[in-house]
Ligand binder design. Structure first.
Ligand code: FAD
Ligand code: NAP
Length: 312
């Protein structure tokens, strides 16, 4: 039986792992289906984590040392996709893994974060990976010296539009309103960038192309239809929390949830189910920041350790 199972290896899961192992827990496994690091590894730039030696480095570079530090203290990474969490009758937990295997643990921290949402326009799924992308750092280079569109008005859309403007010949920033959610300073920076054209109060009606991929997008704007001849569109329209593993076999959540699908928690990161903790983007009111996710992870680990101690 594991002392602690951590599900998700982003900033929240890694910080939880660091605190739990360094705090003396011996049998701690972090279940992560990919490389540790989380969604920030897809970001072109991070500059708001206190103490960064190189503000502005890529999210991938920024996260590259976190796993090394955790493994030095004994955290084990199990490369696995978790499909469910069940509470056993003795109070322990079963972690169900894809493929049918499972593991038992005294306590669980769920830090599965969130994933990019689809915008829902016609052709989005058809051209996903063939012109439609949700990761500028991963795919931006394919559009070197070409024109691209970015969809969205949050921090991610505006920051990634700025990143793409360094690579592409032109970036159309398409947003459905005139007001932006993104930080005003970031919007200001984008407005000053000659390569970025703002198209506001506009939505994508359709993506069109051929078997080679996307060739154009059709917009609905306040002045009527407008066609952009672009081989790439980057959609940054928000995130969905990864909460599926918290559903039981009947599709009911095993702990109390908030309306938006996030997990309700107190300041100790305890959920309504004893022994189950959450951290990071998955919890209610998460500001969706690396520093907060990391802080949550540390709090969740300390709470989980007290809980495990109380079992003796
Ligand atoms: P995540 O980082 O989402 O990590 C969750 C991990 O869980 C993932 O690695 C995933 O593979 C794993 N996982 C999910 N489900 C399962 C499963 N069933 N089984 C096993 N593993 C699973 N924040 C900032 O502070 N500054 C920024 O500049 C900034 N820029 C950003 C730019 C972009 C493009 C994006 C997308 C986000 C940005 N953020 C930024 C937000 C920040 O990345 C997140 O708030 C933070 O990563 C959340 O951490 P987390 O650990 O909760 O979740
Ligand atoms: P977000 O803040 O939720 O913004 C999503 C944007 O997409 C909004 O502008 C929204 O429009 C638009 N949108 C939503 N659905 C749409 C659709 N179907 N079609 C067209 N447009 C649609 O998402 P995000 O930018 O990914 O940011 C997520 C979180 O991470 C935020 O809390 C953000 O602050 C944080 N983050 C922080 C940083 C940083 O600190 N530097 C960087 C990146 C992200 P409306 O505005 O009209 O709703």
């Amino acid at each position: 039986m594991l002392d602690l199972a951590i599900i998700g290896g982003g900033p929240a899961g890694l910080s939880a792992g660091l605190y739990a192992t360094r705090g003396g827990l011996k049998n701690v496994v972090m279940f992560e289906k990919g490389e540790p690091g989380g969604q920030i590894t897809s970001s072109s730039e991070i500059e708001n984590y206190p103490g960064q030696k190189a503000p502005g480095e890529s999210g991938f570079d920024f996260m590259s040392t976190w796993w090394k530090q955790c493994s030095a203290f004994g955290l084990v990474h199990k490369w696995a996709n978790v499909v469910g969490v069940r509470k056993n009758s003795d109070g322990s937990f079963e972690i169900l893994l894809e493929g049918g295997k499972s593991e038992q643990a005294k306590a669980v921290i769920v830090a599965t974060g969130s994933t990019p949402r689809r915008a829902g326009f016609k052709g989005e799924d058809e051209f996903f990976g063939k012109g439609v992308s949700t990761c500028a750092t991963c795919d931006g280079f394919f559009y070197k010296n070409k024109e691209v569109a970015v969809l969205g008005g949050g921090d991610t859309a505006v920051e990634e539009a700025l990143y793409l403007a360094n690579i592409c010949s032109k970036v159309y920033l398409v947003h459905r309103r005139d007001e932006f959610r993104a930080a005003p300073t970031t919007v200001e920076k984008a407005r000053k960038n000659e390569k970025i054209e703002f198209i506001t109060s506009a939505t994508v009606k359709e993506a069109l192309g051929d078997k080679m991929g996307l060739t154009k997008i059709v917009l609905d704007t306040k002045n009527g239809e407008r066609v952009l001849d672009v081989p790439g569109i980057f959609t940054f329209v928000g995130l969905n929390v990864n909460n599926e593993i918290l559903k039981d076999e009947n599709g009911k959540f095993i702990c109390e949830m908030a309306d938006g699908g996030q997990v309700k928690t107190n300041l100790k990161m305890q959920t309504s189910l004893k022994g189950l903790f959450v951290a990071g983007d998955i919890r209610e009111d998460a500001p969706k920041q690396v520093i907060v996710a990391a802080g949550d992870g540390a709090v969740a680990a300390l709470s989980a350790m007290s809980y495990i101690e109380s079992l003796h």
